[in-house]
Design a protein around this ligand. Structure first.
Ligand code: HEM
Ligand code: FES
Length: 778
C-alpha cells in the first residue's frame, strides 16, 4: 500500500465537475474528456496526458471506468505492491463485448485464463521462477545467430529498392519468427497467426465497434483453437527446444505450478507478448531515430551507442503505452484514496516522460544515463521476462540498419495506429534512400562486420558523453571551477537544481560525481566546482593536476536525486564547504520563483569558500556566510529551534554536518530535511549498519569483496561477472544466485520462508552475508 496519506482537499476543480468518481469526488472536465481510443492518445500518449502528469496525476475516467495514473513514482509504487494492486485484469477485455461476440467466443471453447502477467501470488512467483531458465543470458545467446540471419535476409530483399515499408517488409515478420522459435512453435502459417494476434490485441486492449466485435471474436476463437492444436503437437515431442516445451517438461514434476490452463493460455498470449511488443518497439525506435537525424548519425558513427539508444527509444516512445492493475483493498495512490475494486490504467509511457525522474524528459537523448529506468517493461515481480530477448532483437535490427542503410530517411507519410490503450506502433513505416549510395556497394567487407550484442542493460561505459573543457578557473583555495561544453557546439540536455554528473577522471573505472552549480538556463554548458581532496581516491587530484582548458572529458548524466521542493512555503538552504554547488543552483531557482528562502553557507575559511561573490550579488541579505577563520559558526540549534510547518531544509556538506543537522531537526515534521546523497540504488543500505564480506565464486575460485556500502550484485558487476537483474530491490527474482556455503541475510520479498530457511539461494541485489563469507555457485 502506498505510504502517502490522502489529500484532505480534493485536487479537482469542482466548478468544472461533470461526473463523480467512485470515491465520491467530482471529475474534472479534462478527466471526463479523457479518451484513450481517440486520435490524441493514439498519436502520442505521454503528450496527451501531460496535463494529468502536471496537475491531476491520478484521475477517474468515466468513459473508461478506470482510474488513470500518470506519474513515475506513483506507477512504480503500484508495480511494487502486487498484492494491493493485482495484475489479474492485465489481459481482461478493456471494452466489454456484447452477447453475440461472447457467444461466438464460447462456441470456440475460448477459455483464456491466467498466464504469468495476470497471475496473482502466491501462484505467480513459483511459476515465474520455474520457467525463468530459457530467459537467462546463456540461453538467450543461442537465439542471436537466427536473429542476425533473419535481419540480414530481410534487408537483402529490399536494399536495392530505395524504398521500403519497414513494418510490412521486415519488422512484423522477423520478431514473429523469432518469437515462434523461442516458444518452440513450428514456423508454418505465419499469415494466419499475424491476423490472429492483431485480433487478440483489439479484443483485449481495443474498442471494436459492435459489428467488428463478432469478426474479432471469430479470429480470437480460431487463434485459441490453433494454440490448442500447436500445444497438443508439442506434447508429442516435449524434448524439442522451446520455452513452451520447457514448460511442458516442468509440468511433469510440478503439475500444480504449470497447469494445463496456463499452458494453453500462454501458448496464445506468449505469441503476442513476444511478437507485437518487439515489432512495434523497433518500428517506434526507427521512426524516432529518423526523426532525430543527429542522433541517427551519431549511432551510425558509433554503434557502441546502440544498446543505450534502444533503452532511450523504449523510454521515449515504447511499444507498451499503459498497463493495468486491480485495487484489491482500499489504497492510496499519489495522495488519492481509491476504493477496493477500482481498476487502474497506469500510463507507463507518461511515467517515462515524468520530469521528476528523467531530466529534460521530452528530450530524446541516446546518451541518457538512466534511460533504462523506463517502465515500458513494467516493474517489480512481473517485470517482462522477455526483455533481454527484445533488447537483443532491437540491437541487431538497429545495427543492421545503421551499417547498411545509414543514408535512410523517413518518407512523407501519415502514421496510423491500431486503436487500443496499450500496444503501440505505427502500422506502416515508409523509408527511402538512394541505392547508388549503399555503402556495401563500395565496401562489401562491411557486410561481415558485427558488433557484439549486449544481453541485459547497457554498460554504463558505453553511454558517456564527450565534452570539452571550455575553462578551468580557480574558484577558491583548492577549488577549481570547470565550464564544460559540447565539442560540436550543440546544446546539452537541460538539468534541474540538485543534479549531478559523473565525470570519468582519466580512466573509465575512476568516475566521480559532481553537482552542477551553474545556471540551468544556460543550455550551452555545464559547470562544476571541484575541491582537491587530499585524502581522496585520486579523482579530484587528477582534475586539479591534469585537466586544462581545451581538454576532452567524458561524462554521464545529468541525473537528479536531490530535487528542490518548489512547493515548500519556506526554504532553508544549508551548505558546508564544497556542498555549496547543488545548494547554489537551488538558491538561484528559489530566487527566480520568488520563494521565501534563506541561504546559509559555512566554510573553514573565507579563502576556501567558492562562489561567495556571485552568491552575494544574487542573494543579498538572504545569504548568511559563516567563515570559520572569522570566528563565525552556524548555530544549527538556534537556527532550527522552532519547527515550522510547510518549511523545507535542503542541505549538502560533510557527513558530520549532515548528521548534526539530522539530530537538530529531529523535532521537526518528518521529511523536512532533505540531504544530498549520491547512491541511487538501495537507499536503504546504510554502510554504518552493514559489514563488508567476501563472496567466493565456485566456478572460478575468484573471491570478490563486498564492501559495506555495496550490494553483492554491484560487487559482482565490478568484477565483470554478469548476473541478470531487473528491479534491484529484491522484488523480481531475476538476480537469484545459488549459495553453497555461508549464512545468508535475506532481504528480498521473493523467496518463501521455507526457501529462506533452506539457505541455498539468495537475491544478490539486496541480500547479504550474516558472517564473513558466502560461497556462490557462479
Ligand atoms: C511481461 C512489455 C517483449 C515475455 C511484460 C509486461 C510488459 C511487457 C509491460 C508486464 C510487466 C508488469 O506487469 O510489470 C514488453 C515489451 C516488449 C516485450 C515492451 C518488447 C519491446 C517480450 C518478449 C517476451 C516477453 C520478447 C518473450 C517471450 C513476457 C512475459 C511476461 C511479460 C513472459 C510476464 C512476466 C510475469 O508476469 O512474471 N512484458 N515485453 N516479452 N513479458 Fe514482455
Ligand atoms: Fe529483482 Fe534482485 S530481486 S534484481
Amino acid at each position: 500500500m502506498s505510504t502517502t496519506t490522502p489529500v484532505s482537499r480534493c485536487p479537482v476543480a469542482h466548478g468544472a465537475a461533470v461526473d463523480q468518481a467512485p470515491n465520491g469526488c467530482p471529475v474534472s472536465a479534462r478527466a471526463a474528456a479523457f479518451d484513450p481510443f481517440g486520435d490524441g492518445y493514439q498519436q502520442d500518449p505521454p503528450e496527451y496526458v501531460r496535463w494529468a502528469r502536471e496537475q491531476e496525476p491520478v484521475f477517474y475516467s468515466p468513459k473508461l471506468g478506470y482510474w488513470v495514473v500518470a506519474r513515475y513514482d506513483d506507477i512504480k509504487a503500484v508495480f511494487r505492491d502486487n498484492l494491493t494492486f493485482s495484475p489479474s485484469i492485465a489481459l481482461e477485455k478493456i471494452t466489454p463485448t456484447g452477447d453475440e461476440a461472447n457467444q461466438v467466443l464460447a462456441s470456440y471453447g475460448y477459455a483464456m485464463n491466467r498466464t504469468l502477467v495476470n497471475e496473482d501470488e502466491p501462484a505467480h512467483m513459483p511459476r515465474r521462477r520455474l520457467l525463468m531458465e530459457p530467459f537467462t543470458p546463456e540461453h538467450l545467446k543461442h537465439h542471436e545467430p537466427l536473429v542476425r540471419k533473419l535481419a540480414r535476409e530481410y534487408v537483402d530483399r529490399f536494399i536495392d529498392d530505395g524504398r521500403a515499408d519497414l513494418v510490412d517488409q521486415m519488422l512484423w515478420e522477423v520478431p514473429l519468427t523469432v518469437a515462434m522459435h523461442f516458444l518452440g512453435v513450428p514456423e508454418d502459417d505465419m499469415d494466419t497467426l499475424r491476423r490472429y494476434s492483431i485480433a487478440h490485441t483489439v479484443n483485449t486492449w481495443g474498442r471494436p465497434k459492435p459489428q467488428e466485435q463478432v469478426a474479432v471474436a471469430h479470429a480470437v476463437g480460431n487463434f485459441w483453437q490453433h494454440a490448442g492444436r500447436i500445444l497438443a503437437k508439442m506434447r508429442e515431442n516435449p524434448d524439442a527446444p522451446g520455452w513452451m516445451q520447457f514448460g511442458i517438461r516442468m509440468q511433469k514434476d510440478h503439475p500444480e505450478v504449470v497447469t494445463d490452463s496456463y499452458l494453453h493460455s500462454m501458448m496464445m498470449a506468449g505469441i503476442v507478448a513476444a511478437h507485437e511488443t518487439t515489432a512495434n518497439a523497433t518500428a517506434n525506435a526507427m521512426k524516432l531515430l529518423l526523426q532525430h537525424p543527429q542522433a541517427w548519425r551519431d549511432l551510425c558513427e558509433d554503434p557502441g551507442l546502440i544498446p543505450n539508444a534502444v533503452e532511450e527509444c523504449l523510454r521515449h516512445n515504447g511499444s507498451v503505452a499503459a498497463w493495468r492493475r486491480l485495487v484489491t483493498r482500499d489504497a492510496v495512490v499519489g495522495g488519492v484514496a481509491l476504493p477496493a475494486g477500482s481498476k487502474l490504467l497506469i500510463v507507463t509511457s507518461s511515467a517515462n516522460h515524468d520530469e521528476a525522474h528523467f531530466a529534460d524528459a521530452d528530450f530524446f537523448d541516446i546518451r541518457r544515463d538512466n534511460a533504462s529506468d523506463h517502465l515500458t517493461f513494467g516493474y517489480g515481480s512481473h517485470q517482462c521476462m522477455g526483455k533481454n530477448l527484445a533488447r537483443m532483437e532491437m540491437q541487431i535490427f538497429l545495427e543492421e540498419f545503421t551499417r547498411r542503410l545509414p543514408h535512410m530517411r523517413l518518407a512523407e507519410q501519415q502514421f496510423t495506429y491500431v486503436p487500443n490503450t496499450s500496444f503501440r506502433g505505427p502500422e506502416h513505416l515508409w523509408v527511402e534512400w538512394d541505392p547508388a549510395q549503399n555503402p556495401e556497394r563500395r565496401d562489401p567487407a562491411l557486410l561481415a562486420a558485427t558488433s557484439p550484442v549486449r544481453i541485459g542493460e547497457p554498460s554504463r561505459h558505453a553511454i558517456t558523453r564527450s565534452v570539452r573543457v571550455e575553462s578551468a578557473t580557480r574558484a577558491a583555495d583548492g577549488v577549481v571551477r570547470l565550464r564544460l561544453v559540447s565539442p560540436d557546439g550543440r546544446a546539452l540536455p537541460r538539468w534541474t537544481p540538485g543534479s549531478h554528473i559523473d565525470v570519468e577522471c582519466g580512466d573509465p573505472e575512476r568516475s566521480r560525481q559532481y553537482s552542477l552549480c551553474g545556471d540551468p538556463a544556460d543550455s550551452g554548458a555545464y559547470e562544476i566546482a571541484v575541491l582537491h581532496e587530499q585524502d581522496g581516491r585520486g579523482g579530484s587530484a587528477w582534475i586539479h593536476q591534469e585537466l586544462k582548458a581545451g581538454d576532452k572529458l567524458r561524462i554521464r548524466g545529468p541525473r537528479n536525486h536531490f530535487r528542490l521542493d518548489e512547493s515548500a512555503q519556506r526554504l532553508i538552504l544549508i551548505a558546508g564547504g564544497i556542498g555549496i554547488t547543488p545548494i547554489s543552483a537551488m538558491a538561484r531557482r528559489a530566487r527566480e520563483l520568488g520563494m521565501d528562502y534563506t541561504l546559509h553557507y559555512a566554510g573553514r575559511a573565507r579563502r576556501c569558500m567558492a562562489m561567495l561573490d556571485e552568491l552575494a550579488a544574487l542573494h543579498g541579505e538572504r545569504l548568511h556566510v559563516y567563515a570559520g577563520d572569522e570566528g563565525r559558526r552556524c548555530d544549527f540549534a538556534a537556527l532550527l529551534a522552532t519547527p515550522e510547518a510547510g518549511a523545507r531544509i535542503h542541505a549538502c556538506g560533510p557527513e558530520r554536518m549532515l548528521q548534526a543537522l539530522a539530530d537538530t531537526c529531529a523535532h521537526w515534521p518528518e521529511d523536512t530535511l532533505r540531504v544530498e546523497h549520491f547512491h541511487t540504488t538501495l537507499a536503504a543500505l546504510d554502510p554504518s549498519k552493514e559489514h563488508a564480506f567476501d563472496v567466493e565464486l565456485k566456478d572460478s575460485g575468484l573471491v570478490v569483496r563486498v564492501p559495506a556500502d555495496q550490494t553483492v550484485l554491484s560487487a559482482l558487476r565490478q568484477a565483470n561477472i554478469d548476473v541478470q537483474s531487473d528491479c534491484k530491490e529484491g522484488l523480481c527474482g531475476s538476480c537469484e544466485v545459488a549459495v553453497l556455503a555461508g549464512e545468508i541475510d535475506h532481504r528480498d520479498v521473493v523467496l518463501t520462508r521455507a526457501e529462506r530457511d533452506a539457505n541455498r539461494k539468495m537475491m544478490s541485489c539486496c541480500s547479504r552475508a550474516k558472517g564473513k563469507k558466502l560461497v556462490l555457485a557462479l
